[in-house]
Design a protein around this ligand. Structure first.
Ligand code: G3I
Length: 438
């Protein structure tokens, strides 16, 4: 673990970031991240800057900002060729005064387009996009650490293809054209591709991975990939999060966690935030983390209380766990190799567990594999170490330590498999048994 002294010493060059007289710099998110060479940022809404609770937390805790809506196409070019930078400038100026980095978000996106752009197509839309990217990136030239040049251009689901949109219909090369245009306008900014549901390895992230690989091979300028990391029970922190960040980094791009929020509360939420921080710290090319808002009440999904400060601006358990993890925490995450079970020989089913364990919590992913006959239902019984508690489960229903299929994943063909998962506190399981209904 780094010493407190070292953390302080490393932070001093960026001292302008912190308010004079603020407490020990390593006790803020930004200072602790800076001690590892990273940033810790938040999405900011310009209209909230006059709220003193909001503004105080912003100035004290964060050393990077992302305008939540103010740099989007509808905000910056409300009528074609007429640019409006007032709200975004307000955020950029505040960042400049407080020594914070700025993530620009987002130059080209199928959402939040002004109505005039929504009504364009073909060459007219392509030209409008190129002009938009040029004008906005030029306006902020030299002031942006990283730009989300293209946002959310890949489809959800298993297809692994591009999302249909008016921009996509201008031709498959629209993404690389946007990147080349941004590079020409602001050569110093890092240029990122940003998306959601790409946080673990899946068909969508594989498609983004293939695009980045192709861009690197052909010299299309791309410097970073943003992983939005909007998590909840339906879309939990994947067990292979760190491995997924690392495989992108291994392509020769930086990786950034760009819109982090995790629905939930208490220890489970805190553990997930800490796990995200540890994953970023474990990946050398992970530049920093941005949470998507300051207080729960500032969130685009406020009812899920997904942020680090409560509605009154008090620090939550998730804040403390995040800060602790940024400061090196008490342990490093361990991802032991999956326990392997012999390939099925008879009927019935077998299980294997992949565990993402960190200090105080875990995510277990369990693969259920049918034997030589198809099965119509299954129950996996895991051995939970003493003190372990399950906090949420997906793709199965739980009764104690027994996890039974849900309606859509009970039938598994001979030799086939399905997965379920659960999150918990304490130490995760490494063994389980399987019973099948044939
Ligand atoms: O400013 C108007 C206000 O004048 C009006 O009265 C009000 C009525 O609905 O709307 C206000 O604008 C809203 C804006 O947020 C500011 O609050 C828009 O309707 C609303 O659509 C917009 O939502 C934003 C959303 O992107 C739009 O897609 C969220 O704030 C913003 O957090 C969210 O951020 C996105 C990222 O850009 C990309 N990744 C996903 C992420 C979450 O959806």
């Amino acid at each position: 673990m780094r010493s407190r002294f070292l953390a302080l010493a490393l932070v001093i060059p960026a001292a302008g970031v912190f308010l004079a007289g603020s407490a020990d710099a390593a006790t803020t998110l930004g200072a602790s991240a800076a001690a590892t060479g990273r940033y810790f940022g938040t999405a900011v809404a310009a209209y909230k800057l006059s709220d003193s609770t909001y503004a105080n937390i912003l100035s004290t805790e964060f050393n990077s900002v992302t305008p939540e809506n103010e740099m989007k196409w509808d905000a910056t070019e409300p009528s074609q060729g007429t640019f409006s930078f007032g709200s975004a400038d307000q955020i950029v100026n505040l960042a400049k005064n407080q020594g914070k980095k700025v993530r620009g978000h987002a130059l080209a996106w199928h959402q939040q387009q002004p109505s005039w752009a929504q009504n364009l197509s073909g060459t007219a839309l392509r030209n409008a996009m190129v002009n938009h990217v040029t004008q906005v990136a030029t306006h902020y030239k030299g002031q942006i650490d990283s730009w989300d040049v293209v946002n959310e251009a890949f489809a959800d689901g298993g297809g692994g293809g591009r999302r249909d949109s008016n921009l996509q219909r201008t031709g498959n090369d629209w993404i690389e054209v946007a990147f080349r245009t941004a590079r020409a306008a602001d050569p110093a900014a890092k240029l990122c591709y940003n998306d959601y549901n790409t946080d673990g390895q899946n068909a969508k992230s594989n498609a983004v991975y293939a695009m980045v690989q192709d861009f690197k091979a052909r010299g299309v300028p791309i410097d970073c990939v943003g992983f939005q990391s909007h998590f909840n029970a339906q879309s939990p922190l994947p067990a292979d999060y760190q491995a997924n960040l690392q495989r992108f980094a291994d392509l020769g791009v930086d990786v950034q966690i760009t819109e982090l929020d995790i629905e939930g509360s208490g220890t489970a939420q805190a553990s997930s935030f800490a796990a995200v921080v540890r994953a970023c710290l474990a990946v050398t090319r992970c530049n920093g983390i941005t949470v998507w808002g300051i207080r729960d009440s500032d969130s685009w999904r406020a009812s899920g209380t997904p942020l680090l400060f409560d509605g009154s601006g008090n620090k939550k358990a998730a804040y403390t766990a995040t800060l602790d993890a940024l400061n090196g925490g008490t342990t490093t995450p361990t991802t032991p190799p999956p326990t392997t079970t012999p390939p099925p020989t008879g009927a019935g089913c077998t299980t294997s567990i992949t565990l993402n364990q960190w200090n105080g919590g875990f995510v277990a992913t369990v693969r259920v594999t049918a034997g030589s006959s198809a099965i119509r239902g299954w129950t996996a019984t895991v051995t939970l170490p003493s003190g372990a508690a399950v906090t949420n489960t997906w793709n199965a229903t739980r009764s104690g330590s027994a996890f039974t299929n849900v309606s859509y994943n009970g039938s598994v063909g001979a030799g086939g498999s399905t997965e379920f998962g659960f999150q918990g506190t304490g130490t995760g399981p490494s063994t389980s048994t399987c019973a099948a209904q044939s």
